[in-house]
Write a protein that binds this ligand. Structure first.
Ligand code: SF4
Ligand code: SF4
Length: 496
């Protein structure tokens, strides 16, 4: 399950991993739309998009950015949401401009935001999330980017945020204090662009008896199977000093030739990394690899051993991170495995996390109905992805190695009875189950869930047949009023 949750969370984290789920969910963006023009009329701004003019109404904005990263050279990524406060409906899209007012591009709204729909008591607000990533270099140093939500039938564009990517001095002070308190080390100098990645900047992965920086299997590296352990996963040996020293060392090596495990990694970026108000914003608890299935695509199939690290150790470490404010208050926490429902003490871990404001995502195979997961769903603090992959019992057995098909769908139904908006059946589309797509979505609808997730087997390169099958999945969802969430943004682009 670790392998699947990692991809979802990665974007959950940036936006938010392999598990920040809908935070990770599908989005599209257009970085330079020639159809868009902008005119400045004194203080008034108008946009023309596909022949429609939009006028800004600054005071009518409701929305926010939730994560923003960027640099002065003109690349950025951010996520957030926006609504028209009067109708509580999402805008048709987002327009963003450079400091001179030139439109850089647009992004569609396309991320499922149950939290916003709940907050506004309006299910139309479900698709109000937006994500933008701009990798191109904008031909001027960015001093400010303006983000507008536009609503076509009202000819209106509402200002969401003026973003200035200059140094956040308050965050700088906080991060410097956290580095000193945790390790006695000075915080890294972030005033110039440098090579790093999202995980190096704030991720912690608990697995294989260690705290690791990431769980990336970087095939371009000279040591592809090497992880980057930071310290032992044992609270008596858990050391923030060791963790911070190692992170610093890896980042420094990445500026001069590259740390071996990071060489050629697709996550490495040279940019202005922002100062932070925490040390970590993504945690993956995959310390227990015990599992009762034998999925054909599972990377840890040979190692389904119970945790060597008892839950009490994990709780002690969590307490160190949370009590010292080292973990961001809204951090994404993915519980993977193995199979989390087999994890001893899962209830204690979830209870601890539910006491904070963390975004908790459990990636389960659904074979065991877990009271701890059910209770957490009831509290409205946890989302679960159920990796089920099939509807037909024979197909299930071929893919998952055991005969739990009926049980898993029964459990999905039971979880959905608690909160169908937080339960997402997932299908890894492959040759064996491609003919089951429609049946899978139908069964999900009948089970009472509101969204389903799709992916392809990451051990393979998807051929046209698989890409077409994913498009079919997405279209069938659109046609049947259920949200089809790509496990990773690259899938959204692939299936559009
Ligand atoms: S065998 Fe278990 S851990 Fe591996 S992918 Fe399947 S459900 Fe996940
Ligand atoms: S750059 Fe290094 S730390 Fe970051 S994901 Fe790749 S291998 Fe992991």
């Amino acid at each position: 399950m670790l392998r699947h949750i990692r991809h979802v969370a990665r974007k959950v984290v940036r936006c938010s991993n392999r598990a920040r789920s809908w935070l990770l969910a599908g989005f599209t963006s257009n970085h330079s739309d020639p159809e868009i023009t902008r005119e400045l009329q004194g203080e008034n701004i108008s946009f023309s998009l596909d022949g429609v003019n939009y006028y800004n109404h600054h005071l009518q904005t409701v929305g926010t950015r939730e994560a923003i990263e960027g640099d002065h050279e003109g690349s950025f990524s951010l996520s957030g949401w926006a609504l028209n406060p009067f109708t509580q409906t999402p805008p048709d899209g987002i327009i963003y401009t450079d400091p001179k007012g030139k439109v850089i591009g647009t992004a569609k709204c396309g991320i499922a935001r149950w939290d916003i729909a709940e907050a506004f008591k309006n299910k139309d607000a479900l698709i109000s999330g937006w994500k933008i990533s701009c990798d191109k270099t904008i031909p001027c140093p960015i001093e400010e980017i303006r983000f507008y939500a536009y609503i076509r039938n009202k000819n209106a564009a509402y200002l969401i945020v003026n973003w200035n990517p200059s140094v956040d001095h308050e965050a700088k002070k906080i991060e410097e204090e956290l580095w000193l308190a945790s390790s006695g080390l000075p915080a890294p100098d972030k005033t110039n662009p440098y090579f790093s990645c999202y995980f190096l900047e704030g991720g912690l992965f608990f697995y294989d008896q260690h705290v690791n920086i990431c769980c990336e299997k970087n095939l371009n590296s000279p040591t592809p199977s090497d992880h980057i352990p930071l310290c032992k996963l044992d609270h008596s040996e858990f050391s923030l000093k060791k963790i911070q020293e190692k992170r610093k060392q890896v980042i420094e090596r990445n500026q001069v030739g590259g740390y071996p495990a990071c060489q050629g990694c697709k996550h490495l970026r040279k940019k202005n990394w922002p100062y932070r108000r925490d040390l970590f914003n993504y945690l993956n608890l995959g310390h227990d690899s015990s599992c009762n299935l034998l999925c054909k695509f599972c990377p840890s199939i040979k190692d389904h051993s119970p945790a060597d690290t008892p839950t009490d150790e994990i709780l002690e470490i969590l307490r160190i991170l949370t009590d010292g404010n080292y973990l961001a208050k809204n951090a994404s926490v993915a519980i993977s495995g193995g199979e989390p429902a087999m994890m001893k003490g899962l209830d204690k871990v979830i209870d601890h996390l539910n006491n904070g404001e963390y975004q908790v995502l459990v990636a389960t195979n659904g074979t065991i109905f877990s009271q701890a997961i059910a209770d957490s769903l009831r509290k409205g603090r946890t989302n679960i992805i159920v990796s089920v992959d099939a509807v037909n019992r024979t197909v299930y057995k071929t893919i998952k190695g055991k005969d739990f098909c009926h049980q898993v769908w029964e459990n999905i139904k039971k979880y959905a009875e608690i909160d169908g908006t937080r339960v997402i059946p997932k299908m890894i589309i492959m040759e064996e189950n491609a003919e089951e797509i429609e049946a899978f979505i139908q069964r999900s609808i009948e089970s009472g869930v509101k969204s389903v997730m799709f992916d392809y087997d990451l051990n393979t390169v998807p051929d046209q047949k698989i890409i077409d099958a994913m498009k079919r999945f997405k279209k069938y969802c659109d046609d049947h009023g259920i949200l089809g969430i790509p496990a990773r943004p690259s899938l959204a682009e692939m299936t559009n």
